[in-house]
Design a protein around this ligand. Sequence first.
Ligand code: NAP
Ligand code: MG
Length: 497
Amino acid sequence: MKTKKSLAKEEAAPRLNFKTSWTYQPALESTAPARIAGRYELFIGGKFVAPAGGKYFPTINPATESKLSEVAEAGEKDVDQAVRAARAAKEGAWGRMPAKERGKYLFRIARMIQERSRELVVTETLDGGKPIRESRMVDIPLAANHFFYYAGWADKLEYAFPARRARPVGVAGQIIPWNFPLLMAAWKIAPALAAGNTVVLKPAETTPLSALKLAEIIQEADLPPGVVNVITGAGATGAALVAHPGIDKVAFTGSTEVGKNIQKAIAGSGKRCTLELGGKSAHIIFEDAALDQAVEGIVDGIFFNQGHVCCAGSRLFVQESVAKQVIRRLRDRMETLIVGDPLDKNTDIGAINSKPQLEKIESYVKAGLAEGASCYQPECALPKKGYFHRPVLFTDVAQSHRVSQEEIFGPVLAIQTFRTIEEVVEKANNTPYGLAGGVWSDKGAKVFSVTSQLRAGVVWANTYNKFDPTSPFGGYKESGLGREGGLHGLAPYLELS
Ligand code: NAP
Ligand code: MG
């Protein structure tokens, strides 16, 4: 129990020097298990094929700026080939296959992801810059779990949607971002296949490798040709896929801006659409919360994966009576964060995914300072090469500041204070987004009252960033349309009659 006296005592106590309290020896993961080839082709109709235009683009390791491989750039012709292959599979072997057999393929993919997990973990970290600890603990196991989970649904659709007839929508065009490359591919592919659809997937330009390795797994698992097609390229490839008349559904995860363009592009076409877009999620800490636990959750919520998380808790609202203590504990915790080589198992904050993303984060930090917010960053050396950014804490933030309104997608936390529940609910909801939120309090009734008033798709209580394939995920307002995960994630891939 925190009394005024104990809080005052804590404030007056000398600060520990965390930097000198302990040091870690580097614990580097070997890059050998990644087995990255010099060049990757497109995966169309069950085969790896060269792009019609003969163009390739490099994918780099953002932690070293060195080239990892070159990847085929799909043009309109390739997109067309991929969509045709998906259609043929839908109308052919896959469409005729008993649901129970479909499920077996999904199980097989899940098992093979597990078997090749070390390779996928290292690949994900090399291509995207995320700490190896996270690729190992979050990305790859969760990706396998999505295939396991949806494998179970394939032959149970009549139980999932009782008294209704469930038929697949057809061919899905799926476009994913760079922050959780394999996991996003799994979120998209697993429910689509379980429901009997075929897919064309376009990974992000900066992180294509794990999706291409998933294509290898799919080939090895012996899925009928064309059930899954992977076409690599930049935004233009995604736009060509969205515009192709042969797709029945678009599933997109990415920025709100591109999501809006996609909606415009398909308006009136009859194509179905689900969108998982940006966020500016709020953490709320009440004075009765377990503060250390809350601080740990805040750190995890915004500095985890360099803040490259759509549901990152990038705004923090702290009740005024505990604001000083929370800010102090946050600063102390930030001093202990290790920023650096993503292959080091000690690393907490790895590389920013790309140079443009790093520049975007830097410009927001400048904007925050120019608007009058106070900035705190721990003193830590950054690697000489690669794209890195120290974690940032903004205090003295106003609701109107850009750092509290716009999605930064980097390790930048903006803190404001509040006095009453009404005030904090109003402030937390005052954003065009509505993806996620976190509430920290010892009082269950308060937690339920606040979580039910927040206009956000997922709200965690006394924890943050917990994911499970059984649980639906998605946004309100400009954070998106539709849900992924759980039973809810199957519905957009089905015609229910
Ligand atoms: P992005 O620029 O919107 O890109 C997402 C994907 O769309 C990429 O594959 C991209 O290709 C492609 N693309 C770009 N322009 C396109 C167009 N005109 N038509 C079709 N596809 C196009 O987003 P990002 O910067 O990669 O990712 C960060 C954003 O994703 C953040 O806003 C984040 O909040 C959001 N996100 C949301 C969720 C969620 O579940 N709500 C999850 C993760 C991320 P290129 O990469 O080659 O440009
Ligand atoms: Mg890369």
